[in-house]
Design a protein around this ligand. Structure first.
Ligand SMILES: [Mn+2]
Length: 426
Protein backbone atom coordinates (compact mmCIF):
# COMPACT_ATOMS: atom_id res chain seq x y z
CA UNK A 1 0.00 0.00 0.00
CA UNK A 2 1.27 3.43 -0.90
CA UNK A 3 -0.30 6.55 0.56
CA UNK A 4 -0.31 9.41 -1.89
CA UNK A 5 -0.22 13.07 -1.09
CA UNK A 6 -3.84 13.60 -2.09
CA UNK A 7 -5.05 11.10 0.53
CA UNK A 8 -3.08 12.89 3.21
CA UNK A 9 -4.30 16.33 2.20
CA UNK A 10 -7.87 15.05 2.31
CA UNK A 11 -7.35 13.70 5.80
CA UNK A 12 -5.89 17.07 6.86
CA UNK A 13 -8.91 19.10 5.75
CA UNK A 14 -10.84 19.09 9.00
CA UNK A 15 -7.75 20.00 11.02
CA UNK A 16 -6.38 23.09 9.27
CA UNK A 17 -8.29 25.66 11.31
CA UNK A 18 -7.30 24.28 14.69
CA UNK A 19 -3.71 23.87 13.54
CA UNK A 20 -3.46 27.45 12.24
CA UNK A 21 -4.87 28.92 15.43
CA UNK A 22 -2.54 26.89 17.60
CA UNK A 23 0.48 27.60 15.46
CA UNK A 24 -0.12 31.35 15.22
CA UNK A 25 -0.51 31.64 18.97
CA UNK A 26 2.67 29.68 19.69
CA UNK A 27 4.70 31.30 16.91
CA UNK A 28 3.82 34.76 18.27
CA UNK A 29 4.79 33.84 21.79
CA UNK A 30 8.07 32.29 20.68
CA UNK A 31 8.90 35.22 18.40
CA UNK A 32 8.34 37.59 21.32
CA UNK A 33 10.93 35.60 23.24
CA UNK A 34 13.40 35.98 20.39
CA UNK A 35 13.07 32.55 18.74
CA UNK A 36 13.39 32.16 14.99
CA UNK A 37 10.31 29.98 14.51
CA UNK A 38 10.82 29.20 10.83
CA UNK A 39 14.36 28.03 11.57
CA UNK A 40 13.06 25.66 14.26
CA UNK A 41 10.41 24.32 11.89
CA UNK A 42 12.98 23.68 9.17
CA UNK A 43 15.28 21.92 11.64
CA UNK A 44 12.37 19.64 12.57
CA UNK A 45 11.75 18.90 8.89
CA UNK A 46 15.38 17.96 8.37
CA UNK A 47 15.52 15.56 11.33
CA UNK A 48 15.07 12.04 10.00
CA UNK A 49 15.00 8.86 12.06
CA UNK A 50 15.59 5.38 10.66
CA UNK A 51 12.98 2.68 11.18
CA UNK A 52 14.41 -0.75 11.91
CA UNK A 53 13.08 -3.44 9.63
CA UNK A 54 12.35 -5.67 12.63
CA UNK A 55 9.96 -3.23 14.30
CA UNK A 56 7.28 -3.41 11.63
CA UNK A 57 5.73 -6.62 12.88
CA UNK A 58 4.51 -7.67 16.28
CA UNK A 59 7.27 -8.19 18.79
CA UNK A 60 7.31 -11.08 21.14
CA UNK A 61 8.47 -11.88 24.61
CA UNK A 62 10.08 -14.99 26.03
CA UNK A 63 6.56 -16.23 26.59
CA UNK A 64 5.00 -15.81 23.21
CA UNK A 65 4.13 -13.63 20.32
CA UNK A 66 0.73 -12.38 19.26
CA UNK A 67 0.77 -11.71 15.57
CA UNK A 68 -0.56 -8.50 14.11
CA UNK A 69 -2.58 -8.92 10.95
CA UNK A 70 -1.17 -7.55 7.72
CA UNK A 71 2.46 -7.67 8.82
CA UNK A 72 5.08 -7.26 6.10
CA UNK A 73 6.41 -10.67 5.11
CA UNK A 74 9.31 -9.59 2.90
CA UNK A 75 11.77 -6.75 2.49
CA UNK A 76 9.73 -5.05 -0.20
CA UNK A 77 6.70 -4.87 2.09
CA UNK A 78 8.83 -3.64 4.98
CA UNK A 79 10.03 -0.77 2.84
CA UNK A 80 6.43 -0.04 1.88
CA UNK A 81 5.57 0.19 5.57
CA UNK A 82 8.41 2.63 6.19
CA UNK A 83 7.10 4.56 3.18
CA UNK A 84 3.69 4.79 4.86
CA UNK A 85 5.30 6.10 8.05
CA UNK A 86 7.37 8.59 6.09
CA UNK A 87 4.44 9.87 4.01
CA UNK A 88 2.44 10.59 7.14
CA UNK A 89 5.17 11.87 9.47
CA UNK A 90 7.81 13.13 7.02
CA UNK A 91 10.44 12.13 9.58
CA UNK A 92 11.05 8.45 8.81
CA UNK A 93 13.18 8.82 5.70
CA UNK A 94 15.45 5.83 6.36
CA UNK A 95 15.35 2.13 7.07
CA UNK A 96 17.85 0.08 9.03
CA UNK A 97 18.18 -3.51 7.83
CA UNK A 98 18.99 -6.60 9.80
CA UNK A 99 21.00 -9.31 8.12
CA UNK A 100 20.24 -12.17 7.44
CA UNK A 101 16.55 -11.28 7.85
CA UNK A 102 16.62 -8.69 5.07
CA UNK A 103 18.95 -9.91 2.34
CA UNK A 104 17.58 -8.48 -0.92
CA UNK A 105 17.00 -10.93 -3.74
CA UNK A 106 17.00 -8.09 -6.26
CA UNK A 107 19.14 -5.14 -5.16
CA UNK A 108 18.14 -2.90 -8.04
CA UNK A 109 14.42 -3.39 -7.45
CA UNK A 110 14.74 -2.78 -3.72
CA UNK A 111 16.76 0.38 -4.24
CA UNK A 112 14.25 1.68 -6.76
CA UNK A 113 11.39 0.97 -4.38
CA UNK A 114 13.14 2.81 -1.55
CA UNK A 115 14.07 5.72 -3.82
CA UNK A 116 10.50 6.13 -4.98
CA UNK A 117 9.39 6.38 -1.34
CA UNK A 118 12.30 8.72 -0.41
CA UNK A 119 13.75 6.12 1.93
CA UNK A 120 17.52 5.85 2.48
CA UNK A 121 19.37 2.84 3.80
CA UNK A 122 20.85 3.67 7.17
CA UNK A 123 23.14 1.48 9.28
CA UNK A 124 23.03 -2.26 8.62
CA UNK A 125 22.89 -4.61 11.60
CA UNK A 126 24.64 -7.92 11.90
CA UNK A 127 23.17 -10.85 13.79
CA UNK A 128 25.39 -13.16 15.77
CA UNK A 129 22.91 -13.72 18.57
CA UNK A 130 21.11 -16.54 16.75
CA UNK A 131 22.29 -19.58 14.87
CA UNK A 132 21.36 -19.52 11.21
CA UNK A 133 20.19 -22.54 9.31
CA UNK A 134 23.11 -24.53 7.92
CA UNK A 135 25.66 -22.56 9.95
CA UNK A 136 28.72 -24.62 10.73
CA UNK A 137 29.41 -23.13 14.15
CA UNK A 138 27.07 -22.18 17.00
CA UNK A 139 26.88 -18.88 18.86
CA UNK A 140 25.49 -20.52 21.97
CA UNK A 141 28.58 -19.47 23.92
CA UNK A 142 29.31 -16.24 22.11
CA UNK A 143 30.39 -14.99 18.73
CA UNK A 144 33.19 -12.42 18.40
CA UNK A 145 34.34 -13.23 21.94
CA UNK A 146 34.06 -17.02 21.66
CA UNK A 147 36.90 -19.18 22.94
CA UNK A 148 36.81 -21.05 19.61
CA UNK A 149 38.69 -19.45 16.74
CA UNK A 150 36.39 -21.12 14.21
CA UNK A 151 33.33 -19.50 15.79
CA UNK A 152 35.01 -16.11 15.89
CA UNK A 153 35.99 -16.43 12.24
CA UNK A 154 32.44 -17.30 11.23
CA UNK A 155 31.12 -14.27 13.13
CA UNK A 156 33.75 -11.99 11.58
CA UNK A 157 32.90 -13.24 8.10
CA UNK A 158 29.19 -12.64 8.76
CA UNK A 159 29.91 -9.01 9.65
CA UNK A 160 32.02 -8.60 6.50
CA UNK A 161 29.13 -10.05 4.47
CA UNK A 162 26.76 -7.55 6.10
CA UNK A 163 29.05 -4.68 5.10
CA UNK A 164 29.07 -5.99 1.55
CA UNK A 165 25.26 -6.17 1.42
CA UNK A 166 24.89 -2.71 2.95
CA UNK A 167 27.41 -1.27 0.52
CA UNK A 168 25.34 -2.43 -2.44
CA UNK A 169 22.33 -0.55 -1.02
CA UNK A 170 24.13 2.67 -0.14
CA UNK A 171 24.44 2.16 3.62
CA UNK A 172 27.36 3.86 5.31
CA UNK A 173 27.50 2.18 8.71
CA UNK A 174 27.63 -1.21 10.37
CA UNK A 175 26.08 -1.60 13.81
CA UNK A 176 27.51 -4.39 15.93
CA UNK A 177 25.54 -5.49 18.94
CA UNK A 178 26.78 -8.59 20.70
CA UNK A 179 24.74 -10.88 22.87
CA UNK A 180 28.08 -12.30 24.05
CA UNK A 181 28.58 -12.71 27.75
CA UNK A 182 28.01 -15.22 30.49
CA UNK A 183 25.15 -16.41 32.62
CA UNK A 184 27.16 -17.64 35.59
CA UNK A 185 30.25 -16.52 37.48
CA UNK A 186 33.33 -18.35 36.29
CA UNK A 187 31.81 -19.21 32.90
CA UNK A 188 33.96 -16.66 31.06
CA UNK A 189 37.39 -15.22 31.52
CA UNK A 190 36.52 -11.51 31.32
CA UNK A 191 39.90 -10.49 29.94
CA UNK A 192 40.05 -13.19 27.27
CA UNK A 193 36.48 -12.49 26.14
CA UNK A 194 37.18 -8.76 25.87
CA UNK A 195 40.47 -9.24 24.04
CA UNK A 196 38.93 -11.73 21.60
CA UNK A 197 36.18 -9.22 20.92
CA UNK A 198 38.68 -6.45 20.30
CA UNK A 199 40.71 -8.61 17.91
CA UNK A 200 37.56 -9.71 16.05
CA UNK A 201 36.30 -6.14 15.74
CA UNK A 202 39.67 -5.07 14.34
CA UNK A 203 39.36 -7.76 11.66
CA UNK A 204 35.89 -6.48 10.76
CA UNK A 205 37.10 -2.88 10.85
CA UNK A 206 39.75 -3.75 8.27
CA UNK A 207 36.94 -4.61 5.86
CA UNK A 208 35.12 -1.30 6.42
CA UNK A 209 35.01 0.97 3.34
CA UNK A 210 36.71 4.35 3.86
CA UNK A 211 33.47 6.31 4.05
CA UNK A 212 31.81 3.89 6.50
CA UNK A 213 31.47 3.90 10.28
CA UNK A 214 31.41 1.03 12.69
CA UNK A 215 28.97 1.55 15.57
CA UNK A 216 29.61 -0.48 18.70
CA UNK A 217 26.48 -0.96 20.81
CA UNK A 218 26.60 -1.90 24.49
CA UNK A 219 24.15 -3.48 26.92
CA UNK A 220 24.56 -4.35 30.60
CA UNK A 221 22.59 -7.60 30.62
CA UNK A 222 20.29 -9.82 28.56
CA UNK A 223 20.34 -12.34 27.02
CA UNK A 224 23.23 -13.12 29.32
CA UNK A 225 22.40 -12.40 32.93
CA UNK A 226 25.74 -12.39 34.72
CA UNK A 227 27.98 -10.45 32.37
CA UNK A 228 28.01 -9.05 28.87
CA UNK A 229 31.29 -8.52 27.08
CA UNK A 230 30.38 -4.97 26.00
CA UNK A 231 28.41 -3.97 29.06
CA UNK A 232 28.68 -0.20 29.06
CA UNK A 233 29.80 2.90 27.18
CA UNK A 234 33.29 2.63 28.62
CA UNK A 235 33.79 -0.86 27.18
CA UNK A 236 32.29 0.26 23.87
CA UNK A 237 34.52 3.33 23.73
CA UNK A 238 37.64 1.27 24.49
CA UNK A 239 36.78 -1.16 21.70
CA UNK A 240 36.00 1.66 19.26
CA UNK A 241 39.26 3.40 20.10
CA UNK A 242 41.06 0.10 19.69
CA UNK A 243 39.71 -0.15 16.12
CA UNK A 244 40.30 3.37 14.85
CA UNK A 245 38.80 6.70 13.78
CA UNK A 246 35.85 5.19 11.94
CA UNK A 247 34.60 3.27 14.98
CA UNK A 248 32.16 4.90 17.41
CA UNK A 249 29.99 4.16 20.40
CA UNK A 250 26.27 3.67 19.88
CA UNK A 251 23.90 4.56 22.71
CA UNK A 252 20.62 2.66 23.01
CA UNK A 253 18.36 4.28 25.60
CA UNK A 254 17.18 0.93 26.94
CA UNK A 255 20.66 -0.47 27.40
CA UNK A 256 21.38 1.08 30.77
CA UNK A 257 20.77 0.10 34.34
CA UNK A 258 17.86 1.99 35.94
CA UNK A 259 18.49 5.68 36.63
CA UNK A 260 21.74 5.88 34.65
CA UNK A 261 22.49 9.46 33.67
CA UNK A 262 22.27 8.90 29.93
CA UNK A 263 22.38 12.60 29.10
CA UNK A 264 25.80 12.83 30.72
CA UNK A 265 27.06 9.79 28.76
CA UNK A 266 25.83 11.41 25.55
CA UNK A 267 27.51 14.70 26.39
CA UNK A 268 30.93 13.24 27.17
CA UNK A 269 30.96 10.98 24.10
CA UNK A 270 30.21 13.97 21.89
CA UNK A 271 32.96 15.98 23.56
CA UNK A 272 35.34 13.17 22.63
CA UNK A 273 33.90 12.96 19.10
CA UNK A 274 32.90 9.35 19.66
CA UNK A 275 29.10 9.25 19.65
CA UNK A 276 28.17 7.59 16.37
CA UNK A 277 24.64 6.33 16.72
CA UNK A 278 21.56 6.50 18.82
CA UNK A 279 18.68 4.07 19.40
CA UNK A 280 15.42 5.44 20.77
CA UNK A 281 12.95 3.59 22.98
CA UNK A 282 11.66 3.89 26.53
CA UNK A 283 11.61 1.66 29.56
CA UNK A 284 10.43 1.33 33.11
CA UNK A 285 12.60 -1.55 34.33
CA UNK A 286 15.18 -2.67 31.79
CA UNK A 287 15.41 -3.00 28.05
CA UNK A 288 11.64 -2.84 27.76
CA UNK A 289 11.62 -1.46 24.20
CA UNK A 290 8.52 0.65 24.85
CA UNK A 291 7.26 3.60 22.82
CA UNK A 292 9.70 6.51 22.93
CA UNK A 293 8.68 9.11 25.50
CA UNK A 294 5.93 6.96 27.00
CA UNK A 295 7.55 6.53 30.42
CA UNK A 296 10.24 9.17 30.93
CA UNK A 297 9.65 12.09 28.57
CA UNK A 298 11.62 14.54 30.74
CA UNK A 299 14.70 12.30 30.62
CA UNK A 300 14.34 12.19 26.83
CA UNK A 301 14.20 15.98 26.76
CA UNK A 302 17.35 16.25 28.90
CA UNK A 303 19.12 13.85 26.53
CA UNK A 304 18.03 15.97 23.58
CA UNK A 305 19.32 19.04 25.34
CA UNK A 306 22.78 17.45 25.29
CA UNK A 307 22.37 16.20 21.72
CA UNK A 308 21.40 19.68 20.51
CA UNK A 309 24.30 21.21 22.42
CA UNK A 310 26.62 18.64 20.84
CA UNK A 311 25.27 19.22 17.34
CA UNK A 312 25.84 22.96 17.81
CA UNK A 313 29.22 22.83 19.55
CA UNK A 314 31.01 19.55 18.84
CA UNK A 315 32.19 19.64 15.23
CA UNK A 316 34.61 16.85 16.23
CA UNK A 317 31.59 14.52 16.51
CA UNK A 318 30.10 13.11 13.30
CA UNK A 319 26.45 13.28 12.25
CA UNK A 320 24.58 10.65 14.18
CA UNK A 321 22.73 7.61 12.89
CA UNK A 322 19.31 7.95 14.55
CA UNK A 323 17.09 4.92 14.85
CA UNK A 324 14.06 3.71 16.78
CA UNK A 325 14.77 0.38 18.45
CA UNK A 326 11.50 -0.74 19.94
CA UNK A 327 9.21 -3.72 20.06
CA UNK A 328 5.46 -3.82 19.84
CA UNK A 329 3.63 -6.46 21.76
CA UNK A 330 0.18 -4.97 22.11
CA UNK A 331 -0.03 -1.98 19.75
CA UNK A 332 -0.25 -1.78 15.98
CA UNK A 333 3.47 -1.49 15.18
CA UNK A 334 2.95 1.35 12.72
CA UNK A 335 0.88 3.36 15.19
CA UNK A 336 3.48 2.74 17.87
CA UNK A 337 6.25 3.96 15.54
CA UNK A 338 4.22 7.06 14.67
CA UNK A 339 3.90 7.82 18.39
CA UNK A 340 7.65 7.30 18.84
CA UNK A 341 8.51 9.57 15.93
CA UNK A 342 6.24 12.24 17.38
CA UNK A 343 7.85 11.92 20.82
CA UNK A 344 11.33 12.25 19.33
CA UNK A 345 10.37 15.37 17.40
CA UNK A 346 8.69 16.82 20.46
CA UNK A 347 11.77 16.35 22.63
CA UNK A 348 13.97 17.77 19.87
CA UNK A 349 11.72 20.82 19.40
CA UNK A 350 11.69 21.53 23.14
CA UNK A 351 15.47 21.21 23.31
CA UNK A 352 15.74 23.72 20.44
CA UNK A 353 13.79 26.20 22.61
CA UNK A 354 16.40 26.19 25.34
CA UNK A 355 18.15 29.54 25.45
CA UNK A 356 21.72 28.23 25.46
CA UNK A 357 23.28 31.66 26.06
CA UNK A 358 21.04 32.37 29.03
CA UNK A 359 21.74 28.89 30.39
CA UNK A 360 25.48 29.43 30.07
CA UNK A 361 25.22 32.77 31.89
CA UNK A 362 23.12 31.24 34.66
CA UNK A 363 25.63 28.39 35.01
CA UNK A 364 28.50 30.90 35.18
CA UNK A 365 26.71 32.75 37.97
CA UNK A 366 25.85 29.51 39.76
CA UNK A 367 22.23 30.57 39.57
CA UNK A 368 20.88 27.07 40.00
CA UNK A 369 17.25 28.16 40.17
CA UNK A 370 17.56 30.06 36.91
CA UNK A 371 19.19 27.05 35.22
CA UNK A 372 16.21 24.90 36.16
CA UNK A 373 13.74 27.59 35.09
CA UNK A 374 15.36 27.78 31.65
CA UNK A 375 15.24 24.02 31.11
CA UNK A 376 11.75 23.54 32.44
CA UNK A 377 10.44 26.63 30.68
CA UNK A 378 11.36 24.97 27.39
CA UNK A 379 10.08 21.57 28.52
CA UNK A 380 6.68 22.90 29.54
CA UNK A 381 6.01 24.51 26.16
CA UNK A 382 3.47 22.65 24.07
CA UNK A 383 5.42 22.43 20.82
CA UNK A 384 3.02 20.21 18.91
CA UNK A 385 1.90 23.01 16.53
CA UNK A 386 5.56 23.32 15.44
CA UNK A 387 5.62 19.61 14.60
CA UNK A 388 2.36 19.95 12.68
CA UNK A 389 3.79 22.87 10.72
CA UNK A 390 6.97 20.93 9.90
CA UNK A 391 4.96 17.97 8.62
CA UNK A 392 2.56 20.15 6.64
CA UNK A 393 5.40 22.03 4.98
CA UNK A 394 6.61 18.83 3.33
CA UNK A 395 3.24 17.24 2.58
CA UNK A 396 2.71 15.21 5.74
CA UNK A 397 -0.27 14.78 8.01
CA UNK A 398 -1.27 17.31 10.66
CA UNK A 399 -2.09 14.34 12.88
CA UNK A 400 -0.38 11.19 11.56
CA UNK A 401 -2.27 8.86 13.89
CA UNK A 402 -5.66 10.32 12.95
CA UNK A 403 -4.80 10.13 9.25
CA UNK A 404 -3.50 6.57 9.62
CA UNK A 405 -6.83 5.61 11.13
CA UNK A 406 -9.09 7.61 8.84
CA UNK A 407 -7.28 6.17 5.81
CA UNK A 408 -7.78 2.69 7.31
CA UNK A 409 -4.16 1.79 6.62
CA UNK A 410 -4.14 -1.40 8.69
CA UNK A 411 -7.37 -2.54 7.09
CA UNK A 412 -5.85 -2.01 3.65
CA UNK A 413 -2.70 -3.89 4.61
CA UNK A 414 -4.74 -6.84 5.88
CA UNK A 415 -6.69 -6.82 2.62
CA UNK A 416 -3.46 -6.87 0.62
CA UNK A 417 -1.41 -9.24 2.73
CA UNK A 418 -3.89 -11.33 4.64
CA UNK A 419 -4.07 -12.20 8.28
CA UNK A 420 -1.39 -14.81 8.48
CA UNK A 421 1.77 -12.98 7.45
CA UNK A 422 4.54 -12.90 10.00
CA UNK A 423 7.40 -10.41 9.90
CA UNK A 424 10.92 -11.52 10.75
CA UNK A 425 12.15 -10.33 14.09
CA UNK A 426 12.22 -11.36 17.69
MN1 LIG B 1 19.63 -1.07 19.94
Amino acid sequence: MIINNEHIQDSNKSKHKEHSEGFDYLANRLAQKGHDVSKIVSKLSEFQVAIPSWALGAGGTRFGRFSFYGEPSNLEQKIEDVGILHSLTQTAGAVSLHIPWDIPSDYKAIKEKADALHIKFDAVNSNTFQDQKDAKETYKYGSLSNTSKAVREQAIQHNLDVINIGDKLGSKALTVWLADGSCFPGQNNFQTAFQNTQDSLIDIYKGLPDDWKMLVEYKPYEPNFYSTVIQDWGASLMLANGCGDKAYTLVDLGHHLPNSNIEQIVAILQLKGKLGGFHFNDSKYGDDDLTVGSIKPYALFLIFNELVYGMQNNSQNPDLAWMIDASHNVKDPLEDLIQSLEAIQEAYAKALLIDQDALKAAQANNDVVKCQEILQGAYRTDVRPLLEKARLSTGGAISPIDSYRSLNVRGQLIKERGKNTIATGL
